[in-house]
Design a protein around this ligand. Structure first.
Ligand code: EPZ
Length: 420
């Protein structure tokens, strides 16, 4: 079994680049289903989720060629509109092929994504968006089946119980590009990954306005063409590296970063006592490890991202004082609490909040990553714990981070991967 052996090794120092955003590349790959022409995506991270999406694309008749960070895609077979369980169950983002398949072929059959450890993952907003555009949907034998004679422009309000939905906005947006007439998506997600998707669609010939705001206007066109698109930097990888530098201490410059995507994170880290310098395309974090407790709430963009909640909890475990961390996007996303407590943290959960009493030190222990971001949080905790931390469950880490342990090792951390 593969595991990481982690030991504290003093402050971090150096410069490190971030990869392209995993959560931008997956829907943008799905957007390539909207055209028969070749597409090239640059800045593609080498992560398992991209590999899983490539497998799904192979099934859907798209030939792919990945060399370093460039992915070339070209349709070689038309007409396959089913995304089967074996391929879709590995990755929730594959639900974003639903809108493009429906728009292009007027029919799509996509295996229902299950729940997962970060909490229930409903699909009502995906269906609402597509139904408003004129799709008839049903759930049959574990599959979402959507059909339409022709998608038509509409006004649709996409607010859910926990705010906007990133991938439901993406699905509706992609479908609307080929619908007849004008669509208004209200309460659209404003995340940078949605903006990147819209920019790629515009480069493919779509007519979109208002992306990045809660109301997106899409004027349907008959056809989209291929394009070359460069993916935005991964703000979650950037934030993870910033938090690692803050907790371990030292000075780390993160290159190819986009500070504008991380306002809430920068603000909170400064509140903990870390110094941050932003310049065009890079962020420098300086920390003397004297961290203070802060209260924070995760929210849709531009709020503090849920995908950095676990990593921030690891940091607050050793900050002076009591922090209250409230999760407003996935109120059940707290599986890492018990693992951090096994390392000596003092965290209790009250509903959608975690109460974190800062401790002087963490102690290394065998821990298992319950999900992707929790794996990074436990790695970061291990970097300041006594003795050795053994982290298993690396299949989660590898889904979304490209060689995170190698990057941290390059900055001075003591992390070794052993086993297969
Ligand atoms: C995206 O998931 C990301 N995944 C997630 O990243 C991220 O945590 C999430 O957005 C929130 O920022 C990808 O982009 C591939 P949502 P998504 O729909 O779009 C509720 C990571 O670690 N909801 O914005 O699936 C939902 O339950 C991951 O990289 C409905 O109620 O998330 C949640 O409470 C994990 N009905 C809230 O909306 C729906 O139909 C936001 O979820 C859909 C969602």
């Amino acid at each position: 079994m593969a595991k990481l052996l982690i030991r504290a090794n003093g402050p971090l120092a150096g410069t490190i680049p971030v990869h392209g955003a995993k959560n931008a590349v997956l829907p943008i790959m799905a957007a390539s289903l909207l055209t028969d022409e070749p597409m090239t995506i640059e800045g593609v991270p080498q992560v398992k989720d991209v590999a899983s999406m490539i497998q799904l694309f192979d099934h859907l008749g798209i030939k792919t060629r990945l060399s370093e960070d460039r992915l070339e895609m070209q349709r070689v077979r038309a007409g396959e509109t089913t995304a089967p369980y074996e391929l879709v169950s590995q990755m929730r983002a594959s639900i974003c092929v639903l809108g493009p398949l429906l728009a292009r072929y007027h029919r799509a059959k996509v295996s229902m994504p299950g729940g997962c450890v970060i909490g229930p993952r409903p699909i009502d907003l995906h269906l609402k968006g597509l139904q408003a555009l004129g799709a008839v949907t049903s759930i049959e034998h574990g599959y979402i089946v959507a059909t339409t004679p022709q998608l038509r422009g509409c006004s649709v309000h996409l607010a859910g119980a926990f705010g906007s939905s990133v991938l439901a906005t993406g699905n509706t947006l992609m479908a609307a590009t080929l619908a007849e007439g004008v669509t208004f998506i209200e309460h659209a997600a404003c995340e940078p990954e949605v903006v990147d998707l819209a920019n790629c669609l515009i480069a493919m010939g779509a007519k979109i306005k208002g992306h990045g705001s809660p109301v997106i206007r899409v004027e349907g066109v008959e056809k989209l063409h291929g394009t070359r698109h460069h993916i935005i930097p991964d703000r979650i990888e950037t934030g993870t590296l910033m938090i690692a530098a803050a907790i371990a201490g030292g000075e780390v410059r993160i290159q190819r970063a986009c500070p504008e995507h991380l306002g809430a994170v920068i603000d909170k880290l400064i509140e903990t006592g870390v110094s941050i310098e932003k310049s065009n395309g890079s962020i420098c974090v300086r920390s003397n490890r004297k961290l203070q407790a802060v209260d924070l709430t995760t929210l849709p963009f531009p709020g503090f991202p849920t995908d950095l909640q676990a990593q921030m909890m690891a940091l607050l475990s050793v900050a002076k004082g009591v922090s209250v961390l409230t999760e407003r996007v996935y109120p059940e996303r707290f599986m890492h609490i018990s693992e951090l407590n096994r390392m000596g943290a003092s965290i209790t959960r009250e509903g959608a909040s975690a109460i974190i009493k800062g401790v002087d030190r963490l102690s290394g222990a065998p821990v298992t990553a319950p999900d992707l971001r929790a794996s990074a949080a436990l790695m970061i905790a291990g970097m300041v714990a006594d003795n050795q931390t053994e982290l298993t469950g690396l299949e989660h880490l590898d889904r979304g981070y490209e060689h995170l342990e190698q990057k941290l090792t390059q900055l001075g951390a003591d992390i070794r991967r052993v086993g297969l």
